[in-house]
Design a binder for this molecule. Sequence first.
Ligand SMILES: [Zn+2]
Length: 131
Amino acid sequence: METRYLCPHCGAHLNPARDIVLRASSAGRLGLLLLNPQPGNYEVVFARGLDVPPGSEVEISCPVCSAGLASARDQAMAELVFEAGAQRGLVVFSRVYGKHATYVITGNLVRSFGEDADQEVVNFWGAGPGA
Ligand SMILES: [Zn+2]
């Protein structure tokens, strides 16, 4: 089933083909970033000229409305809305390059992906979006 990733601010569809297209800023440089849409797959493509050392925090924003995508609950994470058929939820992932932690939140269900994902954080997110 096709999963659509949307900007939580303007609703723009951020994966018109396969990858999720985001605006990234690191070390004062701005460029586009492609993320694999499969949670737990940390394949990432940075536009040429973006200098992102492993372990650095990447500012992530929407390429359509420019709104920052840092999560209001945890500034170290970024947050997108996803839709898969009738299902709708949030996908939350680390903004630290090389840190593999992703949480997929649907209602009260939280699934974690990546070896750096933290069970305690799952409880934290378990409050559910908007709680
Ligand atoms: Zn947007």
